[in-house]
Design a protein around this ligand. Structure first.
Ligand code: BJW
Length: 235
């Protein structure tokens, strides 16, 4: 069978800003999550060991908020682009690498999505390694559905832990012709370093509500809300 050889290989890295207009908070913006929560308390393995109830409640609340959130025009525009590749209307290939733990890309219709910081709608068992889908509350004494031990944690990558799917991401970055970031502050590594990895072989574009405060490594920037800028860029 002839191998499909797309004319363009596109990697899109999304951050909390793409889901802001769906009603989900970002981290570092004014009024964002880190204004009300201490990162060391809720977003590190040490914080979870110290106070598993506090961390469980933090993620239970966010899981409940996610149940009421809907994908927006930016998520849908990316899903439409992937569909165009499947239908042969665009001779390209799109991989979405998201730092977000929400499932709004998938609910918009995207299929090729890599969650490098984990998923809110999963938990992970520290005893047996199962990662069952989880839609309701999960507390420190909740038993694992597979091994029945009360050793579940959010399936989230916290600071100091290794992000997921790094081999697949590295291969996609090495092969891409175009790299686009949407709604990320570019402050958390390794994602913040991707633009430096690709800029010698790929066109780079950053889409963000705010103009960059310092000189950036990107070839181009589009400033404005994701729901307006992403559909315009994809069109
Ligand atoms: C809009 C908008 C609209 C608003 N339209 N735009 C010193 C130097 C370098 C690195 C380190 C260091 N010390 C420690 C490290 C490593 C550390 C790190 O990077 N720390 C930095 C703080 C310095 N990183 C790690 O520990 C990572 N692991 C690691 O490095 O392992 C080593 C290793 C790597 C690779 C291979 C092998 C080994 C793990 C990082 C885990 C991050 N986890 C979190 C929590 C996830 C779960 C949760 O959601 O609770 O991930 S932290 C948080 O930040 C979350 C996000 O995914 C991540 C990035 O945030 P994001 O998405 O950029 O959001 P914001 O709020 O920062 O920005 C929003 C943007 O949107 C803004 O720019 C707005 O303007 C914009 N916006 N509305 C368009 N409508």
């Amino acid at each position: 069978m002839k191998q499909h050889d797309p004319a363009e290989r596109l990697v899109v890295l999304t951050g909390a800003g793409i889901s802001r207009e769906s009603g989900l908070e970002t981290f570092r913006d004014a009024g964002g999550l880190w204004n009300r929560h201490d990162i060391a308390d809720v977003c590190t393995p040490q914080g979870f060991r110290r106070d598993p109830m506090l961390v469980s409640r933090f993620y239970n609340e966010r899981r409940a908020e996610l149940a009421h959130a809907e994908p927006n025009a930016a998520h849908r525009a990316l899903a439409t682009l992937e569909q165009a590749a499947r239908d042969g209307r665009w001779n390209g290939e799109l991989l979405i690498v998201t730092q977000n733990i929400d499932d709004l890309h998938e609910r918009a219709g995207s299929r090729d999505v890599v969650h490098m910081h984990g998923e809110l709608r999963r938990v992970r068992c520290l005893s047996c390694g199962a990662t069952p889908e989880w839609l309701g509350d999960c507390l420190p004494d909740t038993p694992c559905p597979a091994c029945h031990r009360p050793t579940l944690r959010p399936d989230i990558v916290w600071f100091g832990e290794v992000p997921l799917h790094m081999e697949r991401i590295a291969a996609a970055l090495a092969a891409c012709d175009r790299f686009v970031t949407i709604g990320t502050s570019g402050t958390v590594y390794p994602a913040a370093g991707f633009v430096a990895e690709v800029r010698d072989h790929a066109d780079t574009l950053d889409i963000n509500l705010e103009a960059p405060a310092t000189p950036t490594l990107f070839d181009r920037t589009l400033v404005g809300p994701a729901t307006r800028m992403v559909p315009r860029w994809v069109a």
